[in-house]
Design a protein around this ligand. Structure first.
Ligand SMILES: [Zn+2]
Length: 287
């Protein structure tokens, strides 16, 4: 018998103040790490980014008296796996894996220039040691004989992305395919990528889950109800895509999205997503 528990790490201030953001404190979206556990063993999905939050995560796992045997990394963005070394130090027999096509992207995040970017956002707060996941061999991860199935989905806020399907729990740990109560990171997408992201949500829905755990969710978000999380993520992607098509500058996108989705957390994400759509314009949040 498996159980699922989700750890949500709160919004974090980032050090870099982007031009046009108006001197307000920019924050990084609240992120999840998910534990799928049996009586003694557990698999962890994603491992957060800062030293402090990864330590809190391992304390949270230890308090459950479970031993992590596998850490699965859903996609190659460092905010989902720089905490790996902390988790592996706490559970030295655990293996960290990702789909073979995800591994090169994770490794690239550990290259000096990209790591310097993350360090500029969180100076002095990243774990000293970095570890990339290894390519998963085979099709499944097991926890005490129960199967967890990685499913490639193509595009989310990056490509390639995956989710982890737990058939026995009717659950999908969604990585960044689904968000809940938080602006979605669309800075690296164009129209075509957003259409592929919508297709990734169709792939998740086709697994007929009851639970979808979003990679980023507001700490006060109501839960992991699959239908609600998928519908809200779809609506956001559609609305963003439509507003970009109709707008002549980033400010118009920000205004339209704030009217429709202003209750979502982490407005800095919307600012970054909108300004990236108009690379030739000076960013100006006040517009
Ligand atoms: Zn993410």
């Amino acid at each position: 018998m498996l159980s699922i528990d989700v750890y949500t790490s709160d919004y974090k201030p980032i050090a870099a103040t982007p031009p046009g953001w108006g001197g307000r404190q920019a924050t990084w979206p609240a992120s999840t790490a998910t534990l799928i556990h049996g009586r003694h063993e557990a698999a962890l999905v994603d491992a957060l980014i800062t030293l402090e939050e990864a330590q809190r995560l391992t304390e949270w796992i230890r308090a459950k008296d479970r031993t992590v045997t596998t850490v699965y990394v859903t996609h190659g963005h460092a905010d989902h796996f720089l905490g790996l070394s902390v988790v592996l130090d706490a559970f030295p027999d655990a293996v960290a894996v990702a789909l073979p096509e995800v591994v090169p992207y994770a490794e690239e995040q550990l290259s000096a220039p990209v790591l310097a970017y993350w360090e500029s956002l969180f100076p002095g707060r990243l774990p000293a040691r970095t570890v990339a996941p290894r390519p998963l061999t085979g099709e499944v991860i097991t926890v005490e004989g129960h199967e967890l199935r990685p499913v490639p989905v193509g595009q989310s806020d990056t490509h390639p992305s995956s989710v982890l399907h737990v058939p026995e729990l009717d659950a999908v740990v969604g990585g960044d395919v689904a968000y809940d109560g938080i602006h979605m990171w669309l800075a690296q997408t164009d129209h075509e990528a957003r259409m592929r992201w919508l297709a990734a949500l169709d792939t998740v829905e086709a697994l007929r889950p009851r639970i979808v755990v979003p990679g980023h969710r507001d700490p006060a978000a109501p839960g992991d109800d699959a239908a609600a999380v998928i519908a809200a993520s779809r609506r956001y992607l559609h609305d963003f895509d439509t507003s970009v098509a109709a707008a002549s500058d980033a400010g118009e996108v920000i205004r339209a999205m704030t009217t429709a989705h202003g209750e979502r957390g982490n407005p800095y994400t919307l600012f970054a997503s909108a300004t990236a759509q108009f690379p030739d314009q000076e960013p100006d949040a006040e517009r």
